[in-house]
Write a protein that binds this ligand. Structure first.
Ligand code: HEM
Length: 502
């Protein structure tokens, strides 16, 4: 019926109506569509937020935490929906909502992340084509990096990197933890996931970090929603991504041509016969996923240690106790922190650090402004009784559970002694249900060795921009989904070396 009827209707209107009448007609048609949409059977659809959809764009990308909270408040519902241009997005909260969300079969993380986040560098045929098979092989190799044998080998390498970098701070001074702690994590993540040619060259690592920062800065509402449009931000992002790609490919080719083998992730991938695009995808994708989240959490972990002297003492005591009881031969003195930490077993670091574990757990709760994003790849499904049509997106802000005063009284307060919440999905710091972090073991190991290195090397405390002890505790900025820097001013780590150099 449409192919016959519509062209005839168009022809009639073009022949008989003026442009102003056409404009009026178009407006009427749009209004009818909007009204039909409004009055159609919506009993199982989530309530839509009011206002033109164009107003959602900026807040969703720039002040996501405030925007989502405003949506819940305005609609008065635990689920609501809004449009992000062509995309329909349902925002989920509440106990039933998170259960359905995390257990749903048809909700796809990669699709949700690709369309709504755009954080992954985009290289045609490499990271843009992370289809199921390639993703599965990347995850399989990531699991290999985290086998106990490999993590044991990585302990001294991570410890040595941490030691070199904290020594470069000098005897005393102050540093911005969101710059300097992140820098250390970037180095250790490069060490664990790439190759020695890159990890041993501080200039290349620093360049890689700058390039990843450019990719982050190029992730704007426009570049996410119109990836085909060559805006200046998109051009910067593409150029940075191409440069990262070149660094990785060059390292891979040098390794292949030299014929010299090393004990690192690149070698593991080459020896397994992985094809070049998979190797580049592994390194580029996991580096950004791993370094950014571990860097942010580690920066906050050290910030909390600096602002909570009691917990700094407790953590230091734990590390010293660990070394005394688990490290091989602590009698020769003096030994650097890295040498002491290198002789710890993996089991000691993983299973005998209850204080560091609870500090990390609480840091993830208060300083991880993650919004889980998924796309329903079909069929239509329901979350807490509301329909998520095929092709729509469902998002779940971690603030719903982690900043929930019913589950965590005074939720913004950093308190590692909080009892575990028994409710299903009452804590999702490492994910939950069908999607769990696949880098947890590596991230925890990196953070523990880094924290131990800083604790053993320095006395430190938190100061404000004027060098004074701050009157208020630093507050994680939940609107800053990428770096989560404090929302209430600048804070610095003031340190003095306590450990004699080896
Ligand atoms: C402190 C550091 C980290 C935190 C807090 C963290 C947290 C998370 C969370 C919450 C998820 C689930 C996301 C969602 O449901 O939307 C996730 C997924 C994931 N993480 Fe991590 N992560 C960290 C470090 C890492 C590292 C170092 C790697 C890899 C080297 C990594 C690789 C992944 C991957 C591949 C997934 C997706 C899993 C899937 O597709 O099923 N993460 N992470």
């Amino acid at each position: 019926m449409y192919p016959v009827g519509l062209p005839a209707f168009y022809q009639f209107t073009l022949d008989h109506l003026s442009w102003s009448s056409l404009l009026l007609l178009s407006c009427i048609v749009c209004l009818c569509i909007a009204l039909c949409d409004h009055f159609s059977d919506k009993t199982d659809a989530a309530t839509a937020i009011p206002g033109p959809f164009i107003l959602n764009l900026r807040p969703f990308f720039r002040t996501r935490f405030d925007f989502l909270n405003w949506g819940f408040k305005t609609t008065g519902q635990s689920l609501f929906q809004f449009r992000l241009l062509r995309n329909n997005v349902v925002v989920v909260s509440g106990e039933q909502g998170r259960k359905d969300f995390f257990n749903a079969k048809g909700l796809d993380l990669q699709e949700g992340f690709r369309v709504l986040s755009g954080a992954l560098p985009f290289v045609q045929g490499v990271t843009s084509d992370l289809r199921q098979q390639r993703i599965a092989s990347i995850y399989k190799r990531l699991a290999n990096v985290q086998k106990s044998d490999r993590l044991t080998e990585l302990i001294p390498e991570i410890a040595a990197d941490c030691q070199v970098m904290v020594e470069s701070w000098g005897k005393s001074g102050s540093v911005d933890p969101f710059d300097k702690i992140y820098e250390i994590v970037f180095q250790t993540t490069v060490r664990c996931l790439t190759c020695s040619e890159i990890a041993n060259d501080p200039e290349v690592v620093a360049r890689l970090r700058r390039l990843y920062d450019q990719v982050d800065r190029g992730t704007t509402p426009a570049t996410v929603l119109f990836p085909w449009f060559p805006s200046p931000a998109m051009v910067m992002k593409l150029r940075a991504t191409k440069n990262i790609y070149d660094i990785v490919v060059t390292a891979m080719n040098v390794r292949k041509q030299s014929g010299v083998t090393h004990n690192d992730s690149l070698q593991m991938l080459l020896d397994a016969g992985e094809e070049p695009n998979m190797i580049v995808g592994f390194i580029m994708g996991l580096l950004i996923a791993g370094a950014r989240s571990t860097g942010t959490i580690a920066s906050w972990l050290i910030t909390f240690l600096a602002s909570h002297p009691h917990w700094r003492q407790e953590a230091l005591r734990e590390v010293q106790g660990l070394i005394a009881s688990h490290a091989a031969d602590t009698s020769q003195a003096p030994r650097s922190a890295s040498s002491l930490l290198s002789s710890l077993t993996l089991s000691a670091l993983e299973n005998h650090t209850p204080i560091l574990d609870s500090l990390i757990r609480e840091t993830l709760r208060v300083a991880q402004p993650h919004v889980a994003m998924r796309r329903n790849v079909g069929p239509d499904m329901y979350i807490a009784g509301k329909i998520i049509p095929t092709g729509s997106f469902a998002v779940y802000p971690f603030s719903d559970v982690h900043l929930n005063p019913d589950l965590y009284p005074d939720p913004r307060r950093f308190d590692p002694l909080r009892p575990a919440v028994k409710e299903d999905f009452g804590y999702v710091g490492w994910g939950g249900g069908r999607v769990n972090c696949l880098g947890t073991r590596l991230a925890k190991l990196e953070m523990k060795i880094l924290a131990a290195t800083v604790l053993l090397n320095h006395d430190f405390k938190l100061v404000d921009g004027a060098g004074a002890v701050p009157t208020a505790q630093p507050l994680p900025n939940w609107n800053d989904v990428l770096t989560c820097r404090p929302s209430n001013g600048a804070f610095f780590l003031k340190y003095e070396r306590s450990q004699p150099q080896a």
